[in-house]
Design a protein around this ligand. Sequence first.
Ligand code: ZN
Length: 449
Amino acid sequence: MSGAVLLRGGTLLQPAEDRSFRGDVLIADGAVAAIHTGEAGALDARAKDAGAEVIDCTGLAVAPGFIDVHVHLREPGQTHKETIATGTRAAAAGGFTTVVAMPNTSPVTDSVEWLEFVMSPKRQAAVRVLAMPAVTVGSMGERLTDMAALHAAGAVGFTDDGKPVLQDEVMREALRTAGRLGVPVSQHAEDTRMTVGASMNAGPVSFRLGLRGMPVEAESSIVERDIRLLEEIERADKVRPHLHVQHVSTAKALEAIRQAKRRGLHVTCEVAPHHIALTDEAIAGDAAQRSVRYDTRFKMNPPLRSAEDRDACIAAVLDGTVDVLATDHAPHAAWEKGVEFERAPNGIVGLETALGVALRVLHREHGMAQGKVLALMTSAPAKVLGRDDLGALGVGLSADVVVFDAGASYAYDVTATASRSRNTPFDGAAMVGRVRYTVSQGRVVFRAS
Ligand SMILES: [Zn+2]
């Protein structure tokens, strides 16, 4: 393959701005070499000299590649669910050019050795893989990892995702240390003392189905506690720690975050596409989603919540309380999910449906400007990670670009997935926006068939 690509005649979308303009993008040596706005063709001669592949983008949107701050790539240790190679191919198919790997692998990514394993070129990732290693050894919540060494080796933050950091003293020290290193502590906000034996949201639906439910307070109480810690640390020490709250799913936690932001604390948060699209009713059965009762494809943690909480998630995206969309892509094999609801593992895949769900719910159904929806998946996650070299389309920056058909409406078909797993609640669901090409660091890593 030639190193150069010309994306010709597309509509360039600038995230966060509700404007777009016609333009050509020339890519060479892994970077954006030139952008011309206006009539197509101005870069044709340069493209020819560079031996570029010309991709006709007429009628298509051209935007910075998406960034997902929360994915489970399952390697090392659980490669029957996913590998870094397959997970990043799914990312590419979804328009993502950067993903942040979570550390709940086997073994837990809590050492420089395993962090380097995850980020090694030997894993044959299709897109850029960044990683947040564990904040505590073995994600046991007790002893901090060697955060300075992990940061020096490339950690973009720390998390025990899948588990919370429960002890006040441990979380305080983690926030302080990460704050000094200039990276976030990402918290899986769940007071697991309140969710023992629970497999869905607590409410009328769990009551009807006879399943033990997780109360919303299990999420909000940890968020409120973490915000108190942030305030204490800012007051007592001369550091300004950054708390990132993962997959927020409740009105109560979102309100705590909204207030903390107003007080000027450095809190960011993410919401997952499924939490703005679905409610716990789907577990009981929803003909439109092809689901049956106790459908484990609708089981994840945090769980699908009530309609009120879903609406609060959407409202918080619209009012800017939510910084980013993150998929929490969590593959599981069919045999693992094909068991009784209470015994099934938590998690769904999400990389290939994120754009389609986001544009349908936020843009089409709630009128959010397309550029603002894209910002939640590009410039905003880059900011959470402190990486201003990512999430934008600019000359000299890494050529991480997605080309998509913004108006395409279709039903998602999971049989075409690039992931090793198919545990999605969105098979057959309505999508808006279809990825046509993904370019990662100058290489075309996905082409729609
Ligand atoms: Zn989590």
